[in-house]
Write a protein that binds this ligand. Structure first.
Ligand SMILES: Cc1cc2nc3c(=O)[nH]c(=O)nc-3n(C[C@H](O)[C@H](O)[C@H](O)COP(=O)(O)O)c2cc1C
Length: 391
């Protein structure tokens, strides 16, 4: 069926995440939008992340009183108001000035946790001080252990309650959009530069008014005067840790005092090891189709992982979630919570903090409606009986 999408300028009128995406595309230049939206290589996994939900149908119950329903869940003994969490994403300041602060504030308003990336454009301490709320920190396992120690100590001191160790990036994913937009790291192509000039509001707010965004947590590891985003990106590319293995995980757990989670698993075997190691939680993820093209979608392995380790470890999931119905499907298959990546970034790019809040509102309303329509009063009541898989 053909759909007509909202083509106006007011993000508050966007009815769905897809409509926010269209607005985002118009608000920011290509080099920012394609970085946000694109996937690795042929984007097979990126597409698969959406397609996979179409093969899972609902088997609704009726004649159930759903007048009093709640989507709040407990995450590590704390109540959160919706079954989703903002995923860690880098360079948010490229979409909107102070993007990390805006997202953290939107999460706080929605009563859900916000995850701050290692490669954020706001400092750990500034997010804690200015936005507050329930905060989790994401760590890329840098080669330099002293730098890792310093980052996690800063996050713990600032009051971050959880740590995600991202394990699916021993090398950069092959994102050709980014390569096309930059002739070399940090040097936009002529096509990208001309496109930036066509977005004067973005150019002024993001690049001029506040100064170009930097990888704020990494500047202390860079030589004085060499702390631009491109210097941070160069540092990161040298620090990607191809030697990462379980010994790093054990070492990190010793120095991190709060909840510890691994993000980026796709194999039930790895989930089994994580449970045996006593890790608090895992995020099944293919990094939103940005790393290994051809990887499976995490929801395909979710039932198997929950069968094997679901009672021992908190299983979370991300990649491709754009509708409340997607979230409900994952919960029914045994996930405890869903991480939201691009869905909220489209809102941020379209309308700053209010745009991000609007994206979270859309998801919350959709979750609520689906609960009603399948005859279910709470996330805790969800089971695979509400679903049917099509081949
Ligand atoms: C623009 C962008 C930047 C990202 N940066 C990071 C990052 O710094 N660290 C990380 O662990 N994951 C990062 N991710 C992956 C997300 O945490 C998450 O796994 C992914 O976005 C989920 O897929 P979705 O965007 O389809 O929801 C990034 C994703 C996007 C879209």
């Amino acid at each position: 069926m053909k759909r007509s999408y909202y083509a106006g300028r007011d993000f508050q009128k966007a009815l769905s995440i897809d409509e926010l995406r269209l607005l985002a595309e118009r608000r920011v230049p290509r080099l920012a939008f394609e970085y946000l939206d694109g996937g690795a290589e042929n984007e097979v996994t990126l597409r698969r992340n959406r397609k996979v939900f179409e093969r899972i149908g609902f088997v609704p119950r009726t004649l159930v009183d759903v007048s009093a329903r709640s989507q709040a869940i407990d995450v590590f003994d704390q109540r959160i108001q919706s079954p989703f969490i903002i995923a860690p994403t880098g360079f948010n300041g490229m979409l909107r000035q102070n993007g990390d602060l805006a997202l953290a504030a939107a999460a706080k308003k929605a009563g859900i946790p916000f995850s701050l990336s290692t490669v954020s454009t706001s400092r750990i301490e500034d997010v804690a001080q200015h936005a507050g709320g329930r905060l989790w920190f994401q760590l890329y396992p840098l080669k330099d252990r002293e730098a890792v120690k310093r980052l996690v100590e800063r996050a713990a001191a600032a009051g971050f309650q959880g740590l995600f160790l991202t394990t699916d990036a021993p090398a950069y994913g092959n994102r050709e959009w980014d390569q096309r937009n930059y002739v070399r790291l940090g040097h936009p192509s002529m096509r990208a530069k001309l496109d930036v000039l066509a977005h004067p509001v973005w150019l002024f707010n993001v690049m001029v008014r506040h100064g170009a965004p930097r990888l704020a947590n990494l500047t202390e590891f860079l030589p004085p005067g060499k702390d631009r985003a491109i210097d941070g990106a160069r540092y990161m590319s040298k620090q990607l840790n191809e030697q990462l293995d379980w010994s790093f995980v054990r070492w990190l757990r010793e120095i991190w005092p709060n909840r510890f989670m691994i993000k980026g698993l796709l194999s039930a075997r790895d989930a089994g090891i994580a449970a045996a190691e006593g890790i608090d939680g895992i995020v099944l993820s293919n990094h939103g189709g940005r790393q290994l093209d051809g990887a499976i979608s995490p929801i395909e392995i979710l039932p198997e992982v929950c069968r094997q380790v679901g009672s021992r470890i908190m299983v979370m999931i991300d990649s491709g979630f754009r509708r409340g119905s997607d979230i409900i499907k994952a919960l029914a298959l045994g996930a405890k919570a869903v991480l939201i990546g691009r869905a909220v970034l489209y809102g941020l790019a379209a309308g700053g903090q209010e745009g991000a809040q609007h994206a979270l509102d859309i998801l919350r309303n959709e979750v609520d409606r689906v609960l009603a329509l399948i005859g279910c009063r709470s996330c805790a009541e969800l089971t695979p009986d509400y679903l049917l898989f099509q081949k």
